[in-house]
Design a protein around this ligand. Structure first.
Ligand code: SF4
Ligand code: SF4
Length: 64
């Protein structure tokens, strides 16, 4: 099923796929993807913890 919910966060091309953000998400909304993590929009609670942890500043709050 395709989710039409917009992600609260998005991951830009500064991501090096280090994986550091994956275990920090309390909602398991970050999954490994082919190039960089995937945000599962309908699991994300917008806690923004992943933004704090990323060493590359690659996670951004999406515009609403
Ligand atoms: S912590 Fe940042 S650089 Fe590492 S995988 Fe997550 S988004 Fe990419
Ligand atoms: S904002 Fe919070 S819930 Fe959403 S992906 Fe980041 S860590 Fe997970």
């Amino acid at each position: 099923m395709i989710s039409l919910v917009a992600s609260a966060v998005s991951i830009n091309d500064r991501c090096t796929a280090c994986g550091a953000c994956l275990p920090t998400c309390p909602s398991r909304a970050l999954l490994p993807g082919p190039l960089r993590p995937i945000v599962v929009a309908d699991r994300c609670t917008e806690c923004l913890e992943c933004i704090e942890i990323c060493p590359r500043d690659a996670i951004e709050e999406s515009p609403r």
